[in-house]
Design a protein around this ligand. Structure first.
Ligand code: ZN
Length: 276
């Protein structure tokens, strides 16, 4: 697919940045920020308290001339994405980016269902257009869908209006296909900037990065992906994998191996609870 090739080419160009992100997403963020660095926030899991305390919300004026819709949550504008979840209860989280894709996503959903595990899917709007039924299935199966922009651009090269469009269109189609507007977003390539954080908060979304990149986007072999997950497993760890953007058959095979391993090791695979 031409689009897959485009993704791959972009990823090759950005391999250096991605490696940095894998080593420490917070470091990558702070490099492009004028804000005072702070420790990466830790997300509370569903068994813990709600993601945000009421005091952490702040009101902002509503803007926009679109059709009336549910008032989005107004969140604190963060300067770094979440990179971990709570370590309570040996929790871990699996996340899958760039889909949905009809060749790969259903197999991943099947495996998750087989083990009764929930995961997060950061989808691209343009991938949802012809695969809405996969988002409906994610809703039925209890998975959480996040916003990964419409076309997977490098947000740091876009103006504010384009970033807003990328994010807003994607939230719109997620709402249409999944049933709810997303409460989480993830910048493509882990390349965040202040506008993305601000716009995400205005749209009621928290920024979510990852702890461990499986590097499945390099198609390194199923064994390598499995090893990356199993070697980096630990309480609070967020795993990044992909269900589109290239040949993801290795990612599909890998989850068959690492998911039962994680469960046998006593990890509780979880997703964020919904804010209401
Ligand atoms: Zn991506």
């Amino acid at each position: 697919m031409q689009k897959d090739q485009l993704f791959t080419r972009r990823r090759m160009l950005l391999a250096g940045a991605a490696a940095l992100g894998a080593a420490g997403t917070a470091g990558l963020i702070m490099a492009g920020s004028e804000e005072t660095p702070a420790p990466p926030p830790v997300l509370a899991g569903p068994q813990a308290r709600p993601v945000l305390k009421p005091s952490e919300f702040r009101l902002q004026p509503l803007t926009g001339n679109g059709p009336p819709r549910a008032k989005p949550h107004k969140l604190t504008v963060r300067h770094q994405p979440f990179v971990r979840i709570s370590t309570r209860g040996r929790q871990m989280m699996l996340t899958f980016d760039d889909g949905p894709h009809p060749d790969y996503t259903p197999h991943i959903l099947d495996t998750l269902a087989k083990y009764d595990v929930r995961a997060m899917f950061f989808v691209c709007g343009e991938m949802v257009v012809d695969n809405k039924e996969l988002l409906a299935r994610m809703a039925d199966d209890g998975h959480v869908v996040g916003n990964h922009t419409w076309t997977h651009p490098l947000l740091t090269e876009l103006g504010r209006g384009d970033i807003r469009s990328e994010m807003e269109r994607t939230s719109d189609i997620i709402e249409d296909a999944y049933g709810d507007r997303p409460q989480w977003f993830r910048a493509p390539y882990g390349a965040w900037n202040r506008a993305a954080f601000q716009l995400g908060a205005q749209m009621g979304m928290e920024p979510m990065a990852w702890t461990t990149d499986t590097t499945d986007w390099k198609e390194p072999g199923t064994r390598t992906i499995v090893d990356r997950v199993e070697d980096n497993a630990g309480p609070g760890v967020v795993i990044l994998s992909h269900d589109a953007g290239g040949d993801r058959s290795q990612s599909v095979r890998a989850i068959h191996e690492y998911l039962p391993y994680l469960l046998d090791s006593g990890y509780h695979l979880t997703v964020p609870s919904r804010r209401t």
